[in-house]
Every structure is written in C-alpha cells, then in structure tokens.
Design a protein around this ligand. Sequence first.
Ligand code: ZN
Length: 99
Amino acid sequence: MNQNFPFDSPAKPEAAMKLFTVPLQETNVVLVDGRTLIEAESLISGCEHCNRDAEISFDYVLDELTGCDPTRTEYLMYRAGRCPNCRSEVTEKTLITPE
Ligand SMILES: [Zn+2]
C-alpha cells in the first residue's frame, strides 16, 4: 500500500477531507436573469419532452451565453425556462436541441 494514502494516517483527517471537498470559492454560482433566460430560450428549438433527439443539457447553452467554465459553474435560474416548441418547463438539466 502507498504509505502516503491519507486514510492510513488517522492523525491527519484534514488531509483526507481535502481530497473530497471542493472549496466553496471554486464553485461559481451564476444567477441567470430574465434577459439571459429569454436569450437562451431563443437558442433552443426543442426539448426532451418534444424531441427524442435532445441530448445536450440546457446548462450547456447557458455556458455558451455566459462564457462560464462548465466544470465549476452552477446556475441559479430566475425562473424556469420554456421550450419554444412544446412550452414544457426547461431547467438547467433539461435536455434540449439547439436552434
Ligand atoms: Zn419541448
């Protein structure tokens, strides 16, 4: 076994915590306001409810619009979006098809 593996060293629990805890300041929480949401809705043509081919999530569109790093950005939507095709509710995790 690797002698440096932190679980083998109960005297240093903080070393183990560092492996699994992403510091809060590294996660970017972005508020998606009404204007950004309308713009994002205009960039999609359908959603998982009306198009079986939908395979990218709505937050991908938000990443493109805001230029945020998708690996460390969480979106807080001002309201749920609407699919322009079937009017279903679209959240940041809903699968959509781009325009
Ligand atoms: Zn739809």
